[in-house]
Design a protein around this ligand. Structure first.
Ligand SMILES: Nc1ncnc2c1ncn2[C@@H]1O[C@H](COP(=O)(O)OP(=O)(O)OP(=O)(O)O)[C@@H](O)[C@H]1O
Ligand SMILES: [Mg+2]
Length: 316
């Protein structure tokens, strides 16, 4: 089976800035793939290149086996992109916007699919409103409908949930999960790592234009397995013994948390050391990192945005 997306050694430079530097990876049909990375990593640049909107300096990109340059039309037809920036004509209504988009792809008699999209994206009552009358979140929904109007096999979502409320985020994810269940390949860029952790099967982390990790979510999370040690004493720990100060993450009353360098430390030797320093241990636990911890450690960037309650949205 042909890969949904192939990225081969793609580079792009803006003046002095190497936005993409030899990026390569493949995405199989039916995958739910996460493309993560800090601001300015090159994610949107890569997505623009995939959509044929940007000329790369070198390398090849293809969608469903169609080269995005030499077979532009077929590649474009296989791909729906929900862009990060909201750009649309304010004078058309929602329905007109979707009809024009259908026309652009040469899809005729598309009214029933457009109705279905409007329905699933909670836009049915907005169909005849002008785009400029919509709120930011509503416009995002229209962008998603636009990306799906020609029923592309591959759907790329570039930060689709930025600035979107909890309810819309959940209904959006329900819809995207349904598309995924129906066999669509989904590529998601997000700064909400809980979303990626919940939705994606495989994840690429891009940093400064280079792929720094490409693995299954499980493997990526496993990098954070057993990375910290939580120790609770039978009494307040007044002073953390000197050898463990450098590894100290948290110290509150009876509890301390230490980073665990699995190559150098053995849990037993740490416990012995603490006991020798007069600490009576009540409880010990090995803690695992979240995808967010792994991400921050790998990219050295600021922790990404925290979601509020009730996120990438339960089963559907
Ligand atoms: N048209 C352009 N001209 C010059 N530099 C650009 C242009 N587009 C993007 N860049 C630069 O290329 C780098 C990659 O940008 P890109 O938008 O791909 O990042 P990103 O990973 O999508 O970031 P974010 O998470 O903020 O959306 C950035 O340093 C950006 O400033
Ligand atoms: Mg971007």
């Amino acid at each position: 089976m042909v890969d949904a997306i192939k990225v081969e050694n793609v580079s792009k430079r803006y003046g002095d800035l190497q936005a993409l530097n030899g990026v390569s990876f493949n995405i199989k049909q039916g995958e739910f793939f996460g493309l993560l990375g800090p601001n300015g990593a090159g994610k949107s640049t890569l997505i623009s290149a995939l959509a044929g909107l940007l000329k790369t300096d070198s390398g090849c990109l293809s969608v469903m086996g169609h080269d995005v340059v030499n077979e532009y039309r077929s590649a474009r037809r296989s791909l729906g992109v929900v862009p990060q920036e909201i750009i649309m004509d304010p004078f058309f209504t929602v329905r007109e916007t979707l009809e024009f988009q259908s026309g652009y792809y040469g899809v005729k008699n598309n009214a029933s699919w457009i109705d279905e999209l409007l329905e699933h994206l909670g836009l049915a009552d907005k169909a005849d409103k002008n785009m400029r009358q919509l709120s930011g979140g509503m416009k995002r929904r229209v962008l998603i409908a636009q990306a799906l109007v020609h029923k592309p096999q591959v759907l790329v979502l570039d930060e689709p949930t930025a600035g979107v409320d909890v309810e819309l985020r959940q209904s959006m994810w329900r819809f995207v999960r349904r598309l995924h269940r129906e066999g669509h390949t989904i590529v998601l860029t997000t700064h909400y790592l809980e979303e990626a952790e919940e939705l994606c099967d495989r994840i690429a982390i891009i940093d400064k234009g280079e792929v720094i990790a490409l693995e299954s979510k499980q493997d990526l999370l496993a990098r954070g397995l057993g990375s910290k040690l939580l120790i609770r004493a039978k009494h307040d720990i007044n002073d953390v013994p000197a050898p463990y100060k450098a590894a100290l993450v948290r110290h509150e009353g009876v509890e301390i948390e230490l980073t665990l360098n699995r190559d150098a430390d053995s849990v037993m030797s740490i416990l012995d050391g603490l006991r020798a320093a007069g600490i009576e241990i009540e409880y010990v636990s090995v803690l695992n990192d979240s995808l967010e911890d792994v991400f921050v450690r790998m990219t050295g960037s600021e922790p990404p945005v925290q979601l509020g309650s009730g996120e990438a949205g339960g089963e559907s």
